[in-house]
Design a protein around this ligand. Sequence first.
Ligand code: ATP
Length: 297
Amino acid sequence: MSGRARRAAKSTIRYRARVYAQPPDIGPRPPLDGSAGAAGGGGDRAVLRVAGLRKVYSELIAVEGVSFDVHRREVVGLLGPNGAGKTTTLNMILGVLSPTAGSVHIGGIDLAHQRARALAQANFSAVYASLPGNLTVAQNLRFFGLVYGIPALGLRVGELLRQFDLDRLRNTKCGLLSSGEQTRVALAKAVLNRPRLLLLDEPTASLDPAAAQTIRARIRSLAVDTGCGILWTSHNMYEVEEVCDRVLFLSRGRILLEGDPRRLPREHGAATLEELFIRLAREPLGESDGAPRMGVA
Ligand code: ATP
């Protein structure tokens, strides 16, 4: 596939992530302790369990043997250089891409077997997935609330407008909002269905430092207050250190390192997380110098 075709396919996938990865019906919620029946592994704190995930595009192995959990109230950073496989991983968790192998459980529910129920536990926000600009803030929240089948929607929208300081902007079209305001609306939309798992793809990418700081604080408090688990991608190591409880370093489709972002640099002889990131990103993977190809494990 040519570079242009691949970019087009990627943006289609991202668009589809925005439109279709949303739960059509919030359905019955499994108990909050994560014990979601047989598939839930009783008493399990994991809101996301990814096991042996693999994605092959034609000859390119984009994701290889990726396994990790995200627990309740935990913010996990998915880090890696451009092309590492982060978006591919997120899209498999959102059910937009089918894995070549491996499994995804959300709130204890197997995505492959109970797709609607599993996705009803999740939601998503990304800098590239902007909300319809010709709808006002309140209309956008109502629209997505109807799509998700949120009960007592008027009350929920009012609650979120207050929670995200959007009351005075409720009748403003989203296309006219600043980046920081749009990010607040996108986050309000992403928590409409009270997800157990929140996937955030570079949520602060286009924000000034002050707006980014406010958004980070909001996201952290979401994890603490609602008990959801958050999987967050970012290229900003300062923010990762501030926000994430744990990070996963992905490089050429594989997890190279996992741990506490405040301790990892020292444990690996680096001065900062950024220095460690750069070193890992440049590390060759065995005999394969580029992305792993079929047959080069
Ligand atoms: P970035 O930080 O640049 O967004 P990423 O970590 O999200 O990168 P992915 O978008 O998951 O990386 O891409 C992983 C690899 O898979 C890259 O080599 C990319 O070129 C390739 N790839 C992604 N989508 C497709 C596709 N639809 N067809 C073929 N190859 C693809």
